[in-house]
Ligand binder design. Structure first.
Ligand code: ADE
Ligand code: ZN
Length: 338
C-alpha cells in the first residue's frame, strides 16, 4: 500500500532546480533546434555519463547541458515538462529554484529566463493543477559581487519571485560572504533559503541561519553531526528540504538504506522529501517518496507526515496551506490501514 500512497498523496516540492529537470531527450531536441553541437553522440551516450563521484562532478555536466537553453520558449518548455511529469506523481505545489547566473554568464538575458519560466508558472495551475512559486538562487562559487549584480537585475521582477537561495559548489564557500546580499533581498520583501550541510559541515547550517536569515535549509543532512544544531532546528521548526536520491547519486550517503531521513524524522525535525535534479538522479518527487518508503521501511503514517510537512514548510499563505493539508488528510483517509 505504501508504494502507491507515495505517488497518490498530494505533495509540495520545495527543493527542485528547474535546470535539473532537463531530460536527455529534451537536451538533444533543443540542441538541434538551436543549432548547437553536443559532445555526446546520442541520448544513450549522454545518459551513460550520469555517474557522479560528488557534487562537483555533477555540477560540471549540469552546467554544460544548460548551454543549449537559449530562448524564452526553451525555458517554458523545460518547466512545462517538469510540471507534467511531477504532477503525474502527486505534485500539487512546487517552489522552483532557477540559476539565472548560469544563463546570464553565457549571454542569455535575465529577462529571457524569467519570462520563459513565468509563462509556465502562470499557466501551471490551469494546465497541470499545480500551484508554483519561483526561488532565485545565487551561485556561491561565483561570489557575493556577482550575486549582488544578479539581485539588482532581478528586483524589477520582484513580484514573480518569492525567495532567494544559495546553491552550487558548497565546500570552501561558506554562507557568511553572502550576508549583505541576503539582507538586501530580505529588505526587498523576499524570503530566503540556502543549501547548507549537503557536503559542507554543520557550521555552514549555523551560518545560513544566523548570517543569512534563512527560513529553510536545503539538504541539511549533516546537521545530525551537531546535537546543539539539531536542538535549534527542532525548537524553531526550521524545515530541512532533504533529497534522498540526490544524496545517493552524489555520494553524500553510501546507500538509501543508510540515509538519515528516518533518524531526522525521529529526532522531531521538520523534514521534507524532494527530488533536487530529477533528470540526473533517477527520480521525481513521487519516486523519491517511494524509494525512501521502501529502503527505510517507512509506514503510511510516516509518508503522510512527510506530505504534510511539505506544505507546512512551504511559502503558501495560511489559507492555501490549510486547504492542501485537508487534501492530504482526505487522501490518507481513503487508504485502508496496513
Ligand atoms: N545545483 C543543482 N543541484 C545542486 C545541489 N544538489 N547542490 C548544490 N547546488 C546544486
Ligand atoms: Zn539542490
Amino acid at each position: 500500500m505504501t508504494g502507491s500512497l507515495a505517488f497518490r498523496l498530494p505533495k509540495a516540492e520545495l527543493h527542485l532546480h528547474i535546470e535539473g529537470t532537463f531530460e536527455p531527450d529534451l537536451i538533444f531536441e533543443l540542441a538541434e533546434r538551436n543549432g548547437i553541437a553536443l559532445p555526446y553522440a546520442s541520448v544513450e551516450a549522454l545518459r551513460a555519463a550520469y555517474e557522479f563521484t560528488d557534487l562537483g562532478s555533477f555540477l560540471k555536466l549540469y552546467y554544460a547541458a544548460m548551454n543549449v537553453l537559449r530562448t524564452e520558449a526553451d525555458f517554458t518548455e523545460l518547466a512545462n515538462e517538469y510540471l507534467a511529469v511531477a504532477h503525474s506523481q502527486g505534485l500539487v505545489h512546487a517552489e522552483i529554484f532557477f540559476d539565472p547566473q548560469a544563463h546570464t554568464s553565457r549571454g542569455v538575458p535575465f529577462r529571457t529566463v524569467i519570462d520563459g519560466l513565468w509563462s509556465a508558472v502562470q499557466n501551471s495551475a490551469s494546465h497541470y493543477g499545480v500551484t508554483t512559486k519561483l526561488i532565485m538562487c545565487f551561485l556561491r562559487d561565483a561570489g557575493p559581487r556577482a550575486a549582488l549584480a544578479t539581485l539588482e537585475e532581478a528586483l524589477p521582477f520582484g513580484d514573480r519571485i518569492v525567495a532567494v537561495g544559495l546553491d552550487s559548489a558548497e565546500v570552501g564557500y561558506p554562507p557568511d560572504a553572502f550576508a549583505d546580499v541576503f539582507a538586501r533581498a530580505r529588505a526587498a520583501g523576499w524570503r530566503a533559503v540556502a543549501h547548507a550541510g549537503e557536503e559542507g559541515p554543520p557550521a555552514y547550517v549555523w551560518a545560513a541561519l544566523d548570517r543569512l536569515g534563512v527560513s529553510r535549509i536545503d539538504h541539511g543532512v549533516r546537521s545530525l553531526e551537531d546535537p546543539l544544531l539539531v536542538d535549534r532546528l527542532r525548537a524553531e521548526r526550521i524545515p530541512l528540504t532533504v533529497c534522498p536520491l540526490s544524496n545517493v547519486k552524489l555520494r553524500v550517503v553510501d546507500s538509501l538504506a543508510a540515509h538519515p531521513l528516518k533518524r531526522m524524522l525521529d529526532a522531531g525535525l521538520l523534514v521534507t522529501v524532494n527530488s533536487d535534479d530529477p533528470a540526473y538522479f533517477g527520480g521525481y518527487v513521487g519516486e523519491n517518496f517511494a524509494a525512501v518508503a521502501d529502503a527505510l521501511d517507512l509506514s503510511d503514517a510516516d509518508l503522510v507526515r512527510l506530505a504534510r510537512n511539505s506544505f507546512e514548510a512551504s511559502f503558501l499563505s495560511a489559507g492555501e496551506r490549510a486547504a492542501y493539508l485537508a487534501r492530504v488528510d482526505a487522501a490518507a483517509a481513503a487508504v485502508p490501514e496496513r
